[in-house]
Ligand binder design. Structure first.
Ligand SMILES: Cc1ncc(COP(=O)(O)O)c(C=O)c1O
Length: 396
């Protein structure tokens, strides 16, 4: 008899970005000269002073369970970070440290949503949001935004999507996959729409806060509208800013009852995040930040290069991003020119087979016709990949 797999597990799909990265890796291992622009992580190494702190913790025997919600000193570091960098005040019991920001978001939807609830997710979205919402039995309500709106949700669209069942709005700025950033004024516009709907919690995913070159300093919706403090959960982590994707440390800060419910869920699933990774994360947050700024400058340089080269290709239209390490060009015109390619998924397959360049199809982010290119890779590999793409598409 076939083993039963739960309806819950069958209702969701594996992460598309991880799947493309795995395929590119397998082809590379088989001897193909694949250049992967699929990675969702910095190519840089974790800074030495952070690694050294973890080695010290290990040598000193800091290898046991910690408090489920994170060590008191890491939580204090998070509280300080949110106060100094973001102008937001939290008590330590309003903070939960988890196994990566993905886990923070998972805890949030599990603690907040019931079957039948609705969660508004603007597209293009980080590929995991709708699946994690679906796992709770709630309904992801996807709002399409177009390239002409710079892939940003306008207040009228948000207003049109809120119903009595709406319990969550997900905001991610700067955005994975578009690199677009909501200015403080744009966030204030969205907040105006949200104020009369107290049943809606806002998840502000600030993961790419430090990889931003917009003329404004970083702001999230709470900076634009402090009145939303009682129903906003700020999500962040050390993965992208400090090149610590493998260490698995993320955190959430928000209203105490919700954070505590998330902590109970965590206590019955993963328990505490890894002890030595917590020590490393604390040093990341409290130590020298100059490397973070330097790496952001390098990402911006690469962005300018990628953006210019993409727009020189036939049928490709890329907007300038404001942050992150992604470009999200629209390739619909190029797709329509090709007799044997129907959509972005087919295009990504062709690019992998023919040009040996791995990109992630926009469909994975709720935006067919686009693809996501990561420039978290060396300038040499970027040049190689873009030369190949130019040969594939032709010059304008
Ligand atoms: C927007 C966004 N949020 C959260 C995460 C998850 O980060 P972590 O690696 O800390 O789980 C990612 C990772 O790709 C992301 O792009």
């Amino acid at each position: 008899m076939a083993l039963q797999i739960s309806d819950r597990a069958l209702a969701i799909k594996p992460s598309a970005t991880l799947a493309v990265a795995a395929r590119a890796f397998a082809l590379k291992a088989a001897g193909k000269d694949i250049v992967s622009l699929a990675a969702g992580e910095p190519d840089f190494d974790t800074p030495e002073h952070i690694k050294a702190a973890a080695v010290r913790a290990l040598a000193e025997g800091f290898t046991k369970y910690t408090a489920v919600e994170g060590t008191p000193s890491l939580k204090r570091a998070v509280v300080e970070k949110l106060r100094c960098e973001n102008g937001l005040e939290y008590a330590p019991d309003q903070v939960l440290v988890s196994c990566g920001c993905k886990h923070s978001f998972y805890n949030l939807v599990m603690a907040l949503l019931n079957p039948g609830d609705e969660a508004i997710i603007p597209a293009p979205y980080w590929t995991s949001y709708p699946d994690m919402v679906a796992l709770t039995g709630a309904q992801p309500v996807v709002i399409d935004t177009g390239i002409d709106d710079h892939f940003k949700m306008m207040p009228a669209k948000l207003a049109g999507a809120i119903t009595a069942s709406t319990r969550l709005l997900v905001l991610n700025s700067p955005s994975n996959p578009t690199g677009e950033y909501y200015s403080r004024a744009e966030l204030a516009g969205l907040a105006e729409v949200l104020l009369p709907h107290p049943q809606v919690v806002i998840a502000s995913d600030d993961m790419y806060e430090h990889i931003l070159w917009h003329r404004e300093p970083f702001a999230n919706i709470l900076n634009a509208c402090p009145a939303l403090y009682g129903r906003t959960v700020v999500l962040n982590g050390v993965s992208k800013a400090y090149a610590m994707t493998g260490w698995r440390i993320g955190y959430a800060a928000g209203p105490k009852p919700l954070i505590q419910a998330m902590a109970v869920l965590q206590s019955q699933s993963t328990s505490n995040p890894t002890s030595i990774a917590q020590v490393a994360a604390e040093v990341a947050l409290t130590g020298d930040q100059s490397l973070v700024r330097e790496r952001c400058r390098i990402f911006k340089e690469r962005h300018d290069f990628v953006h210019r080269r993409l727009n020189e290709m036939k049928g490709v239209r890329a907007l300038p991003a404001q942050g992150t390490f992604y470009s999200f060009p629209n390739m619909q015109e190029a797709i329509e020119r090709m007799a044997d390619v129907d959509d972005d998924v087919g295009l990504a397959e062709r690019l992998l087979e023919q040009s040996e360049v791995a990109v992630v199809p926009g469909t994975a982010f709720g935006a067919p016709g686009c693809v996501r290119l990561s420039f978290a890779t060396s300038r040499e590999d970027l040049t190689k990949a873009l030369d190949r793409l130019e040969t594939f598409f032709g010059r304008r």
